[in-house]
Design a protein around this ligand. Sequence first.
Ligand code: TXA
Ligand code: MG
Length: 323
Amino acid sequence: MTEILADDAAGIARAAALLRAGELVAFGTETVYGLGADATNDRAVAAIFDAKGRPHFNPLICHYPDAEAAFSQVEANDIARRLASVFWPGPLTLVLPRLVTCPVALLAGAGLETLAVRVPAGALALLRAVGRPVAAPSANRSGQVSPTTARHVLDGLAGRIAAVVDSGPCPVGVESTVLDLSGPLPFLLRPGGVSREAIEAVIGKVARGVTPAAAEATRTLRSPGLLVSHYAPALPLRLDAISVGPDEALLAFGAPLAGAGTTFQLSTDKNAIEAAANLFAGLRWLDAEGARLGLRGIAAMTVPEDGLGLAINDRLQRAAAPR
Ligand code: TXA
Ligand code: MG
């Protein structure tokens, strides 16, 4: 059962408690309804992809109650601070390098070195009450239209999420503008609630189109055999392993293969949500351990294709693709 909560003190307290406990809670922002989870909780973030039925781990936007909270987790530059002072709270998302101390789950950023941060108008009381970054894509099933009322959210996600905070129809109705400030020039990745002209009035010329990195990501999303280097460990990855060599590390899913040495366990009881939550951290750890011990590669056990298994295998296949 999905609870329908009022946008008042009691409803917000309940929603915050659920989020802090690792549950999924949808909430209205000025743009569209978001499907929120505690961004620092790997399992909760993985559950977002499961509830949406997303076949890929697209990076998620992290929501904060104010610029100070956002900029304590990413490397803000001058341009970011100027834009924040003009447009936050509001429908502008900034992509910036993660700080090494950033507590946000790797899965929320899909393993990227950058993080998309946003201070929305409309959900600030909830974000303050949670006291942690909240990862939130639009609160619809994958491939469906973004929701702008609590009713839309329930149409797609009733029974799949703990609660929805009903704050009425979203005033903006289209998603936030996503601006990449991690490169040498500001780059408009997604047009949205704040116009390009309004941004350019503050910081001057903004490039548009598609960055080479984004083009590569889009291309590989359509063609899982291709490689996005972000997701690839340095050691070669061998899929569907049914045995493991003495010079290989093992990415285990369930009981490890006989003779396994260095092993990272995705999920002892073969839970795909837990496995997704551990995936990027596991690949990084195996890579580091493998290099330290002079191993030849990583053998990955089979993960079934159902539920989040599809997204996990998408990433593993890309990581294993020829370079
Ligand atoms: O208005 C909005 O932004 C809504 C509300 C709920 O805040 N959220 C939303 O999230 O639209 P979603 O997941 O539907 O879209 C996030 C967009 C995607 O295009 C994603 O690729 C991009 O932001 N994005 C997220 N993190 C990124 C990153 N580190 N680098 C580049 N693009 C990123
Ligand atoms: Mg969306």
